[in-house]
Design a protein around this ligand. Structure first.
Ligand SMILES: N[C@@H](CCC(=O)N[C@@H](CS)C(=O)NCC(=O)O)C(=O)O
Length: 253
């Protein structure tokens, strides 16, 4: 499994949900191709569409189609849903605890982060993903106000608690959400903090002091040699106003 070559399918111009998978593959030093960003024959975004339409011959089982990216091809298997992909990759990339209850808790945390990601997206698209932001700006302002005042604190207070209660965490040592080693949930919490900082810089600056363990974890992940190298590389797409976390100053009140 460790020497497996993975094909990641995700929108080529945004970090989005694909980034949670990229971070896991990068930190593990896994061999992978970001297919929709490729320029060779059989690559590019059309390869992703073909797969979704069931017109590709690269996945053995084209009766099990994914609904939406990201999806991952591992051998003959095609797996979709971000948290589900990470649960699959966790053991192979040594990013999940071996013990069953701890592994399930890791996945539970990932699903909670998925909920937060949906809410972050809905701050700028509260009415419909297919509508322009400009056409739902008034609702976006209302939604963002509540997201900043109530939802960010509720989620981050929760993750702060999880970190504070992990018995393996010791003062002055690296912190983790589960057990004593890095998991995909740690990487995803890092990514969520980066996204929130991008989208709501003023609000995050004002409130971050309430989540010292969360921020310590964020700093620790950013300093991981493979993550630091990845973040500095062209493989890391910059945040932008097409992704999940978007910077619209009028929403950061
Ligand atoms: N629950 C899925 C959501 C997947 C999803 O919403 N993907 C987005 C891009 S981040 C997409 O392309 N959605 C198309 C659609 O929902 O129509 C996951 O976590 O992977």
């Amino acid at each position: 499994m460790a020497s497996m070559r993975y094909d990641l399918y995700y929108w080529p111009e945004i970090q989005g949900r694909g980034e949670f998978i990229r971070l896991a593959l990068e930190v593990a030093g896994a061999s992978y191709l970001d297919v929709a960003r490729g320029t060779k024959k059989g690559q590019g975004v059309e390869a992703m569409f073909k797969l979704m339409r069931g017109e590709s011959n690269i996945a053995a089982d084209q009766t099990r189609l994914p609904f939406a990216p990201p999806f991952l091809k591992a051998g003959e298997e095609l797996i979709a849903q971000t948290a589900h992909i990470l649960a699959f990759l966790g053991p192979a990339l040594k990013l999940a605890p071996r013990e069953a209850k701890a592994a399930r808790f890791t996945q539970q945390l990932q699903l909670t982060l998925s909920d937060l990601v949906v809410e972050a997206h809905d701050t700028h698209h509260p009415i419909g993903s297919g509508l322009y932001y400009e056409d739902q700006k008034a609702a976006a302002k209302k939604r963002s106000k509540i997201f900043i005042a109530e939802r960010i604190p509720k989620f981050l207070d929760y993750f702060e608690q999880v970190l504070a209660r992990n018995p393996a965490n010791r003062p002055g040592r690296p912190v983790h959400l589960v057990g004593r080693a890095l998991t995909y949930a740690d990487l995803s919490l890092f990514q969520v903090i980066e996204g929130l900082r991008y989208a709501f810089p003023k609000s995050m600056r004002r409130r971050e002091h309430a989540w010292p363990n969360v921020i310590a974890l964020r700093d620790q992940v950013a300093a991981h040699p493979r993550i630091a190298a990845y973040l500095a590389s062209p493989r890391r797409i910059a945040f932008n106003e097409m992704g999940i976390f978007r910077r619209y100053p009028e929403l950061d009140r």
